[in-house]
Design a protein around this ligand. Structure first.
Ligand SMILES: [Zn+2]
Length: 320
């Protein structure tokens, strides 16, 4: 989402409660807050700076939500914690918050924890399998190719499940390369707030996961009702086909995928780590095809530029 003069705040056309006519972009994200209010997520959590706590407590009071300070409740610190952050669980039912804290303390990527966060069971299972798989493979594979490989439907992909910018739970923060790439991609797009530019906060098991689509539909409708301008911008960002090589190298385009050819009018931001040279080149063409030998870019039907294998995925995210 494009940062505005009031970066960090989403103005609501219809308040969530008396006095709540704006929400912050993070801590919790609007997606997570919407998930809790609509019942799509029994619990959500956020790691926030202690200075943010009074605001969260006030928000929960106004919205009749409960919150739990996980480290105080458990009397211990976990891998999420560092001295600068507090882990706060937010939900409608205090008993769910306690259950979630206990589940998390046992296994922070476990099934019980994931399901209490409202992630569909199929997606929790798929994510756990991917976590186990990526430990065995070098370099560690990204989750996007796996999600696409699990997708049976051909044709358009639901933009509400577009998770390309959602690096949460996809990063290996022990890897300096991963950390550096993440920092560079955030710096390349300093005028966007990428970490919150998504409809659902979890990684679907497939881009045609019915339960993720159902939950995404409820969350997105809630956003449209309360913040139509924000929801429209979110759709504008996410509903674009993507030429996807890997976690940090991909291009969003204004175009359409038909019969294996992605025709496009323009390459659009945010910008990945493909580099200025690539973006300038890609802007000279109007279509791309992918096959085993790589990607073929053409202009007016003439192949003019080839990017060698591996072939990128052509992810056809679209609103209709
Ligand atoms: Zn699923």
């Amino acid at each position: 989402m494009k940062k505005t003069g009031q970066y960090g705040i989403i103005e609501l056309e219809r308040p969530l409660a008396r006095g709540i006519s704006a929400v912050t972009v993070n801590d919790p994200t609007f997606s997570d807050l919407a998930g809790v209010i609509t019942g799509m997520k029994p619990v959500t959590y956020t790691d926030c700076a202690p200075a943010e706590l009074p605001r969260i407590v006030h928000l929960c009071g106004k919205l009749k939500l409960s919150y739990l300070l996980t480290e105080e409740f458990l009397g211990k610190r976990g891998p999420h914690f560092n001295d600068a952050k507090k882990m706060v669980l937010i939900g409608r039912n205090p008993a769910d918050l306690k259950k979630a804290a206990l589940a998390w303390s046992v296994h922070s990527t476990g099934k019980k924890w994931g399901c209490l966060l409202g992630y569909p069971e199929c997606c929790v299972d798929a994510y756990s399998k991917w976590v186990a798989y990526r430990k065995k493979v070098k370099p560690r594979p990204d989750i996007i190719r796996r999600i696409f490989a699990n997708t049976k439907k051909t044709g358009r992909l639901d933009f509400r499940l577009n998770n390309i910018w959602n690096y949460f739970s996809r990063m290996d923060f022990t890897d300096p390369l991963d950390r550096g790439s993440y920092e560079r991609i955030m710096n390349n797009n300093a005028d966007f707030d990428l970490p919150s530019t998504h409809v659902i906060s979890w990684h679907a098991c497939a881009y045609d996961c019915a339960e993720s689509a159902r939950k995404a539909g409820v969350i997105f409708s809630f956003m449209q009702h309360h913040a139509p301008a924000y929801a429209a911008e979110l759709r504008e960002r996410l509903a674009h086909p993507v030429i996807f090589w890997d976690k940090f190298r991909y291009a969003f385009v204004d175009g359409k995928l038909e019969a294996g050819t992605l025709r496009y009018k323009a390459v659009v931001p945010p910008w990945s780590l493909l580099g200025d040279k690539f973006y300038r080149l890609a802007a000279c063409f109007d279509s791309v095809k992918a096959d085993k030998s790589g990607a073929r870019f053409s202009r007016a039907g003439k192949p003019l530029f080839r990017v060698p294998a591996p072939a990128p995925l052509l992810l056809n995210f679209s609103a209709e």
